[in-house]
Design a protein around this ligand. Sequence first.
Ligand SMILES: Cc1cc2nc3c(=O)[nH]c(=O)nc-3n(C[C@H](O)[C@H](O)[C@H](O)COP(=O)(O)OP(=O)(O)OC[C@H]3O[C@@H](n4cnc5c(N)ncnc54)[C@H](O)[C@@H]3O)c2cc1C
Ligand code: FES
Length: 365
Amino acid sequence: MLSTLLRHANIWALQTFDRDWIDYIASNTMTDVNRWLNDFIWTYDVKAIVTQITPQNDNAVTIHLLPNQHWRAYQAGQYVQITAEINGQAHQRYYSLSPMADDGTFSITVKKVNDGVVSTWLNSQLSVGQSLKLALPQGDFVYKQQAKVLFICAGSGITPCYSMVSDLLQQQTPVDMQVYAQFSQAKEVIFAQDLAQWPNQGVPVQLAFSQATQTPSPVLNAQNLLTQYPDLLERDVYLCGPTGFMDNIIAALVAANFNLAKLHCERFEAASHDYQGALDFSVTQPSIYFKHINKHIQLGVQDEGKTLLAVAQQYGVNLESGCQKGMCGSCKLTLKEGKISGNQLGQAVYLCTSYPDSAHIVLDA
Ligand SMILES: Cc1cc2nc3c(=O)[nH]c(=O)nc-3n(C[C@H](O)[C@H](O)[C@H](O)COP(=O)(O)OP(=O)(O)OC[C@H]3O[C@@H](n4cnc5c(N)ncnc54)[C@H](O)[C@@H]3O)c2cc1C
Ligand code: FES
């Protein structure tokens, strides 16, 4: 009873007063008693209350969240780290953010994966009124002002694309965008209403089913990519989906002579890129120049086998990073000179999962 009243009071306060003002009041009255009475507002942590849960289909839900005063603005396509407390254990996972609504809420959409600890818990155990601990929004999979774009997504990979398309549709200047959305079958479709509505708002949508005999549009492959999208080479492609799907699309793009500098990817599963050890550090110790921040580092024998991100951090070069598993793209830089091994797409290097492989390396933003 008391906790329900408190929750309603918190929701009212957050939807009525400026967040900075709440932050000012809370930080100046941060006593043990206040923290004990109301640890949603009197806290230094970013938290959010679950205000609504809506099913997308049998295996995916959209969870609407109202964050506390520590939350900050973000770009469509970015994601948030969520901490789920399950049986006394804390689990961290990432979920893409929908654009923020006028009432201060945002949503995440979670697809249940087989034997998935957190996605199953979020789909079947989480309830309205619970609060979740979050980190601040992050990620580089955001629209970068290109004139023509194509979103290619599959399964839960539609979530960041949904966010970018929804956001771009609100903007004054229309952007030439197209969407290819693939699911295993009709009953697995996420954001079905939006996908049906977008063509009326000027965004052509091709919906395809990989495991059904009847599919509204053909499943994309190397043979039909250019037929389906004749102006493909003029577009920037935003790609997100399961690993196998992404690898097939990347191979199809390469076969179509697509410029990989115009490809923007986000992966939901960790990319495994173990150190192959092509360079012998006892003979050659690489130097790395981070051109965009004008920083040089000289590696030693002890750095063999360490990722580019790890050596940068070790030598005091502050770079953006997120998942540290080759998924989110936050650490991505462009290779200007030299050679690296590991997670590279065209000239794009994912520093957290790649390794120096020549005497001199130049990286730029
Ligand atoms: C930047 C980023 C944004 C993300 N955004 C979303 C989102 O908006 N919606 C969403 O549903 N998920 C999203 N994810 C994936 C999400 O973070 C979790 O990995 C996913 O929910 C599975 O977690 P789990 O605890 O249920 O599975 P786990 O218990 O961690 O894994 C169980 C099994 O499933 C496999 N697995 C893990 N993740 C996936 C996956 N995504 N697809 C298929 N198999 C998987 C694992 O290899 C393992 O075998 C995102 C991931 C990243 C990195
Ligand atoms: S891809 Fe996420 S930090 Fe490198």
